[in-house]
Design a binder for this molecule. Structure first.
Ligand SMILES: Nc1ncnc2c1ncn2[C@@H]1O[C@H](COP(=O)(O)OP(=O)(O)OP(=O)(O)O)[C@@H](O)[C@H]1O
Length: 250
């Protein structure tokens, strides 16, 4: 197993508020890493440091290091290249107000792909990978906004996959979905990890337990404990982790 992303002594402030405190965490290739913890503990903030989404927040200041395959993403990597390699899917599906096809072709077009044949191929491959092709192959030119919530979220996954990232960040990507759509996305994640590395924020303990390989528990900006999911859920080292996963707070 190889480490793909590593955070080293990572500290982050929004103005005077320190939202991340000395986070050291390795993300392993082809694994699903779940970030858990109560609201406001820094899970999303940490995840956003992995593709520099916090660059967009003016008050945000970062110290420490995040590396992608050993390269410092804050010092030695262009943010656009980084975001192509580390894609993101948000809590609420956010398809662009355009056709299904154009949503998926959007990223590849931005990265300079013009050939219709090539774009057709990418759109089909990405929708296949997102387990959406069969449901929408006959309506590719219709608006993405006419899809169900679960379909829209899988479309956002297809859009992220279209630029062939290495890592997929998923920020509570099933929290707005019904159980059937959630199960579809969970199955999809298990399939996708063969090719990609997935980091997900989830409030759903069963979900973390069901599909992740590694679980990291955050509390008040600190990484309390990270380890193999089975161990974290069956035999956590830290009392606070145990209290959280058994629902005693949060
Ligand atoms: N853009 C921002 N500007 C200022 N403070 C922020 C910003 N984003 C997050 N924070 C603060 O940083 C802390 C961590 O927030 P973050 O969203 O990372 O938590 P979280 O664990 O993902 O929470 P939730 O589970 O509710 O999404 C919180 O105190 C939050 O108010």
């Amino acid at each position: 197993m190889a480490t793909i992303i590593q955070s080293e002594n990572l500290n982050l402030w929004y103005g005077d508020h320190q939202a991340l405190k000395d986070i050291n965490l390795s993300i392993e290739e082809h694994q699903i890493t779940a970030l858990i913890g109560p609201s406001g503990c820094g899970k999303s903030t940490f995840m956003k440091t992995l593709n520099r989404m916090n660059d967009l927040v003016k008050s945000c200041r970062i110290e420490g290091k995040v590396t992608l395959n050993g390269v410092d993403i804050y010092k030695d990597m262009d943010a656009n290249i980084l975001r192509k390699r580390v894609g993101m899917v948000f809590q609420k599906a956010n398809p662009f107000p355009m056709s299904i096809y154009d949503n998926v072709a959007y990223g590849p077009r931005i990265h300079g792909i013009r050939s219709h044949a090539k774009l057709d191929e990418i759109v089909e491959r990405s929708l296949q990978q997102a387990a959406l092709w069969d449901e929408c192959k006959d309506r590719l030119k219709t608006s993405a906004l006419g899809m169900s919530g679960g379909q829209q979220q899988r479309l956002c996954i297809a859009r992220a996959l279209a630029v062939e990232p290495e890592v997929l960040l998923m920020d509570e990507s099933t929290s707005a979905l019904d159980p059937i759509s959630t199960a579809k996305i969970e199955d999809l994640c298990l399939e996708l990890k063969k090719k990609y590395t997935i980091v997900m924020v989830t409030h759903n303990m069963q979900q973390a337990n069901r599909i992740s390989d590694v679980t990291a528990f955050f509390l008040l900006g600190e990484l309390i404990e990270a380890g193999e999911t089975k161990q974290i859920f069956l035999n956590p080292t830290n009392k606070k982790t145990e209290e959280y996963i058994t629902g005693r707070f949060g």
